[in-house]
Ligand binder design. Structure first.
Ligand code: SF4
Length: 399
């Protein structure tokens, strides 16, 4: 078993399932669309990659993301869990999340995944408005989302709903109406992301041709603020830049990433972390499968951080959370004081109204959260030296 620098085994695992029926126009995730014929080889390769663990791994959280894990269907999910069970064992009370397309969720599918030990389903809903779903190139309907949420909640499962804002043609009033409708589903957790036009995607090509007009920055900002207000009013606590939960229902798996605790990861594009080093598998499902099945190492990227770089990344992850950073806990975990790393940056942020500091805990304000992507460079690569990267093991956006 891969141990962490502290000698402890990771307590979390991520498995990437790289299949979708079709590729949405904005998506650049590691996946293949319309190649269900490869599912058998994928499962075989996953079993081989799990053989890297020298001993079974007991985990508090397990996250099956993608791609669209629900695209495997009930039988495919059963086979996946049978393979995982050889090496990865969720402990009693573990959080086991599976990402699902709302159109895949039937009563039979819910019963099957519950029997496999899934406790939480993340629905790639994106919107409950037909026009927004169409603008986002999605293949499910608002009724699919409502029916899936009802089935899952009725079966006693935890449900996250992924929502996308800043879709082409969307207005702030549309976002408000959408979020009210999403909150009305009664799910325990909502993740909200702004549409980004990644290089190499169909949406980016349309933007270059002039066929797609992105939402402007001022409107995107208004949409983000409206999101905070609407979900707060609905009793969903904003606990991380993109994440909202009812009390006690935060995503435990993602908190592992944000706490900078170690995790294991398997599958194409999946990245594991031991507290200091991040190792990412090859993103191409074909290359990952070929290498694993040939007995070769599927890793494509290794990022080794110094103690200071790891501490700086810990600051970024901490400030993305509304709880912010407790100075004493930070020093105990990172091995160095917060203020020595931030230097004059923090007083400047406080003076500008971007951060608050009560002497014990540092947090970003609403204004700071709006700017946050533009602030991280000052933490990760301060003037005078120090570098680092703020990657995630896997963003929680689902298909
Ligand atoms: S957005 Fe989700 S459903 Fe669409 S292609 Fe990407 S992973 Fe698949």
């Amino acid at each position: 078993m891969a141990l962490t620098p502290s000698g402890a085994a990771p307590r979390a695992a991520y498995v990437h399932v790289p299949f979708c029926r079709r590729r949405c126009g904005y998506c650049d995730f590691a996946l293949v669309a319309g190649r269900d014929d490869l599912q058998g080889a994928y499962l075989e390769a996953l079993g081989a990659e799990l053989g890297r663990l020298e001993a079974p791994l007991a985990v508090d959280t397990l996250y099956l993301g993608g791609g669209t894990p629900s695209h495997l269907g009930a039988d495919g999910v059963r086979r996946l869990f049978a393979i995982l069970a050889r090496r990865v064992g969720p402990v009693p009370g573990a959080e086991v999340t599976l990402e699902a397309n709302p159109g895949d969720v039937t009563a039979g599918f819910v019963a099957a995944v519950r029997a496999c030990g899934v406790t939480r389903v993340s629905l790639g809903a994106q919107s409950l408005a037909p026009a927004t779903l169409s603008a986002l190139d999605r293949d499910h309907s608002p009724d699919d989302v409502r029916r899936a949420a009802d089935l899952l909640l009725g079966a006693g499962m935890e449900v996250n709903v992924d929502v996308m804002i800043a879709a082409p043609g969307q207005t702030t009033a549309d976002v408000e109406a959408d979020l009210d409708a999403v909150a009305g589903l009664g799910c325990q957790h909502v993740s909200v992301y702004c549409l980004t036009l990644e290089r190499g995607t169909a949406f980016e090509a349309r933007r270059r041709r002039g066929d797609l007009v992105p939402v402007d920055e001022a409107t995107e900002r208004a949409m983000f603020l409206a999101t905070l207000d609407r979900l707060d009013a609905a009793g969903l606590e904003h606990y991380e830049v993109s994440n909202f939960a009812r009390p006690g229902r935060r995503c435990r798996h993602n908190e592992t990433y944000w706490d900078h605790r170690p995790w294991e990861a398997f599958g194409p594009g999946a990245a594991r972390f031991d507290g200091r080093t991040r190792i990412g598998n090859h993103r191409s499902p074909f290359t990952w499968m070929r290498r694993v099945l040939a007995g070769e190492d599927p890793a494509a990227e290794v990022e080794r951080m110094s103690e200071e770089e790891a501490a700086r990344e810990r600051i970024v992850l901490g400030l993305r959370r509304r709880d912010g950073i407790d100075r004493d806990r930070f020093r105990a975990a990172a091995g160095m004081p917060l203020d020595a790393l931030l230097g004059s940056v923090l007083p400047r942020w406080v003076a500008a109204g971007w951060a608050s500091d009560d002497g014990r805990r540092v947090r970003l304000t609403r204004e700071g959260l709006l700017l946050s992507d533009g602030l991280w460079g000052e933490v990760l690569a301060p003037a005078g030296g120090g570098t680092g990267g703020a990657g995630e093991g896997r963003p929680a956006a689902s298909g």
